[in-house]
Design a protein around this ligand. Structure first.
Ligand SMILES: Cc1cc2nc3c(=O)[nH]c(=O)nc-3n(C[C@H](O)[C@H](O)[C@H](O)COP(=O)(O)OP(=O)(O)OC[C@H]3O[C@@H](n4cnc5c(N)ncnc54)[C@H](O)[C@@H]3O)c2cc1C
Length: 380
């Protein structure tokens, strides 16, 4: 296992960093305050090949690897967690799922536009009464000849208000363990589907979130992703990959907190000296760096395992739980280091805390990650 970055990875990091600073950063304050997504910047990211470089070139990707994707997500998240999250959902939750489970026809139809940023995807699993307990979801799809009729609703769906394509997990058969779930690809504008934008989030304010209502939505059976009644199995397989990728975002957020803190402590003087000289401040910087470096090294290991076809159920859960705690703590310490200024919007670190907290909840809460880790340990 080689933990070193190749010159290609270094180049991708430079490209993503320059893009994030030049194109994304100028939009962040306005988009966060107005809760709007910078769609034009997203399209430009697609033109530059930043939305899933690991996809094969036949679908518009760069035939690159998953580590390249993690590097890009980390750089985007340093500037805007909201933007990185919407990119991650479209490229990984929608795009990677489609790539792994979709038919040739579906991949040819949907993937190129997702990879090049012409279209945006979302993944709709959570329901008002089915969050951690995903198998209890109540949205149904009933067969009617070659079609299915979908009824029910989804909540907290990232990108739903602006998405072109929706990956919707439904129940097609009565609950029988992990069996009975079916996922469909639905296009925006389909009759019988209504999207309602949700406002008032604590953080990631420029990543749009929505509720989706299905009233007798009619979909053809060729819109099934994978196989009928096998939707949960497919989802569980992809979820490990998603849990392995999301920490790239979290590490970017924590790194930004450390970078801002390092710059601040050298210029802020109290008691006649830069606060960087005080050991209690130094300890905070050291703790932040320890968390970030160990998370990043472990992320690269987990990605290597995924690339080599290994099961990462336990490792992805450890990574998600550990790195999200690191990010929330880094944001808290960054605020503390900035003192009263840290509490104000202008310095950017209060946003980091609001954004970081979500990462301990979305994509499976940290409590659920702990249960997964323990289950895997006890099974061994
Ligand atoms: C901004 C945002 C974006 C999101 N984006 C998406 C998206 O794109 N697609 C999507 O499908 N979902 C999305 N979600 C939903 C997210 O994945 C869920 O909120 C999350 O899985 C938790 O579900 P819940 O909110 O229903 O909490 P619950 O499952 O009700 O959990 C409540 C609390 O109980 C704890 N708990 C539950 N079960 C157990 C247990 N067995 N043992 C111990 N503790 C337990 C939880 O850890 C939590 O602390 C998003 C959520 C937010 C807030």
């Amino acid at each position: 296992m080689d933990l070193g970055l190749t010159s290609e990875h270094q180049m991708i990091r430079e490209t993503a960093r320059r893009f994030a600073r030049q194109e994304l950063e100028p939009m962040v304050a306005q988009c966060e305050s107005q809760e709007c997504f910078p769609l034009e910047v997203f399209r430009k990211a697609g033109e530059l090949g930043l939305l899933g470089p690991f996809f094969p070139s036949e679908y518009g990707g760069s035939d690159s690897d998953l580590l390249s994707n993690a590097i890009i997500i980390e750089e985007l998240a340093k500037v805007s967690a909201s933007f990185a999250m919407s990119v991650d959902v479209s490229a990984i939750y929608f795009g990677y799922n489609l790539f792994k489970l979709g038919s040739q026809e579906q991949k040819t139809k949907y993937l190129p536009d997702i990879v090049t940023g012409k279209k945006l995807g979302c993944f709709a699993l959570t329901e008002p009464n089915a969050g951690s307990d995903t198998l209890s979801l109540a949205t149904t799809a009933k067969r009617q000849g070659e079609h299915f009729i979908i009824n029910g609703s989804k909540i907290f769906i990232t990108n739903a208000p602006i998405a072109d394509y929706f990956m919707v997990v439904t129940r097609t058969s009565p609950r029988d363990g992990i069996k009975g779930g079916t996922t469909f690809i639905v296009e925006r504008g389909s009759e019988g589907m209504e999207v309602v934008e949700m406002h008032g989030k604590m953080g990631v304010k420029s990543s749009p979130t929505g509720e989706i209502y299905f009233h007798d939505l009619k979909v053809h059976q060729r819109q099934i992703l994978g196989q009928q009644d096998q939707g949960f199995q497919g989802m569980m397989r992809s979820l490990n990959m998603e849990r392995a990728m999301a920490p790239a975002m979290v590490i970017g957020m924590a790194q930004d907190c450390l970078d801002r803190s390092l710059a601040y402590v050298k210029t802020r003087e109290q008691f006649g000296r830069p606060i960087a000289e005080y050991q209690l401040i130094q300890a905070k910087l050291a703790e932040m760096a320890m968390g970030i470096e160990t998370s990043r090294a472990y992320l690269h290991k987990v990605i290597w395992m995924v690339e080599n076809g290994m099961d990462v159920t336990k490792e992805a859960a450890i990574l998600k739980c550990h790195s999200t705690r690191v990010a929330t703590n880094a944001a808290l310490e960054a605020i503390q280091i900035h003192g009263g200024y840290g509490y104000m919007q202008e310095y950017g670190v209060e946003r980091a805390l609001r954004d970081a907290k979500l990462m301990e909840i979305g994509g499976g809460t940290n409590e659920i990650q702990l249960l997964v880790i323990a289950r895997e340990l006890l099974r061994a």
